[in-house]
Write a protein that binds this ligand. Structure first.
Ligand code: GLU
Length: 428
């Protein structure tokens, strides 16, 4: 999706490297290198002008040894089956690293949701479920939001599924709206989870959060709450965030050397991630074309947009002050860039550990749906903090024990858990 990077090839490369280190049985590795099931389908949607448009959709179920497949549905114009495969693959490792009793799945539709009216979006969401519902369910596969999808869309999907099966089934989808089966804290979960992991990493590295500066890529749901968490929970400073200009098809960076105010920027950002540039300039923000975020002088980089953003080429622009990279996005760093970070002693909190907060609260949401009893926001976030902290230290311990980088250590923890579940079930 991003530039030349094939996310699935990159994911398999990461896996093969760790499978080699672990001397994993080649037959077991062969099972895990590929998804167990894939669905490729076409969704006909009646548009507002009466015409019918066909959208291409995917759902990939990578591995469900530890529990139902779990993972978001992405609406993006550059979606490909390989991106969805990579994302499903990382979901298996993400759920295992966070020790959630879930497997890995992901879905996607090739569409720019900003080009659809509200009713067209609703028909597309319902159409997705009409095609897929037999292979979804609280004990089969549980979708959630991802890039380009929202709680409202999850609400429509849950409603469509419930109608088709003939009973209210909130546990089929997570990331639903509040009051419609959603959990308090789900909106903040991924970004805050990133910050809980950053807090633990800083403790380990002896960094003072209050004296730290972060540069963030993106300003969607993950970046927004990571920016709020970095400033309000850690007391640090965020110098920039970045946006994607849908019309000009290029990115731009919005910065302020004395620190951005994420809540103000959220108030002038629309639901599709575009900022009111005039209002930002009037408040003293600079707007630079291009991905200037990557070269900002900062201690922490938080890529929280799409995959493949820090690659062999862009990694050269990273400021030498950077000590910590916290991957809010899935797959933002290519293996080539990873090598440079490892060589330079940059501590990387890998994606499927760092951004596991979203799926963790999704899991809490399904637990609350099953109980039909809902927790307070404080209770949800404090359970999230506990889960993230335990997951972070599990991976850190492995990395210290095996003398590997955090990404390899996270794969080791996750592969071990998934293989154990496959053995216990008699699959291998
Ligand atoms: N799409 C999110 C992710 O990549 C959340 C998945 C979920 O909540 O199931 O982790």
């Amino acid at each position: 999706m991003a530039g030349q990077t094939n996310a699935f090839e990159m994911a398999q490369q990461q896996f093969d490297h760790v499978a080699g280190l672990l001397r994993l049985d080649p037959q077991v590795a062969e099972i895990l290198r590929w998804p167990m099931r894939e669905f490729h389908f076409r969704i006909p949607v009646r548009m507002d002008d009466g015409s019918i448009r066909i959208f291409e959709g995917f759902r990939v179920q990578h591995n469900d040894a530890r529990g139902p497949n779990k993972g978001g549905i992405r609406f993006h114009p550059a979606e490909t089956v390989d991106t969805v495969r990579a994302l499903a693959f990382w979901m298996t490792w993400k759920c295992a690293t966070a020790d959630l009793p879930l497997g890995g799945g992901k879905g996607g539709v090739i569409v720019d949701p900003a080009t659809l009216s509200t009713s067209e979006k609703e028909r597309l969401c319902r159409g997705y479920i009409d095609v897929m519902w037999r292979n979804l369910g609280p004990r089969i596969d549980v979708p959630a939001p991802d890039v380009g999808t929202t709680p409202q869309m999850m609400g429509w999907m849950m409603d469509e599924y419930s109608k088709l099966v003939g009973q209210y089934t909130p546990g089929v989808i997570t990331g639903k709206p509040l009051g419609g089966g959603g959990s308090l804290g789900r909106t903040e979960a991924t970004g805050y989870g990133v910050i809980y992991a950053v807090r633990e990493a800083m403790r380990h590295l002896g960094m003072d959060p209050a004296k730290s500066v972060a540069a963030i890529q993106g300003f969607g749901n993950v970046a927004q709450y990571a920016a709020i968490g970095f400033t309000e929970m850690l007391g640090g400073k965020v110098v920039c965030v970045s946006y994607w200009d849908r019309d000009d098809k290029c990115s731009y960076t919005v910065s302020k050397p004395d620190g951005i105010n994420p809540r103000f920027l959220m108030s002038i950002t629309d639901q599709y991630g575009s900022i009111n540039k005039a209002k930002a300039s009037a408040e003293g923000y600079s707007i630079e074309d291009g991905s200037e975020w990557i070269g900002k002088e900062a201690d922490v980089l938080i890529p929280a947009a799409l995959e493949g953003q820090i690659n062999g080429e862009t990694v050269r622009r990273v400021h030498p002050r950077v000590r910590l990279v916290a991957e809010g996005a899935n797959g933002p760093t290519t293996p080539e860039a990873d090598e440079v970070f490892n060589k330079n002693g940059v501590f990387v909190i890998p994606d499927f550990l760092c951004n596991a907060g979203g799926v963790t609260v999704s899991y809490f949401e399904s637990v609350q749906n099953d109980m039909n009893y809902y927790w307070t926001k404080e209770e949800t976030l404090s359970r999230l903090d506990t889960k993230m902290t335990i997951a972070f230290h599990g991976v850190l311990d492995m990395s210290l024990k095996e003398n590997t980088c955090m990404r390899d250590a996270a794969y080791m923890v996750a592969i071990d858990r998934v293989v154990k579940a496959m053995q216990l079930r008699g699959w291998v």
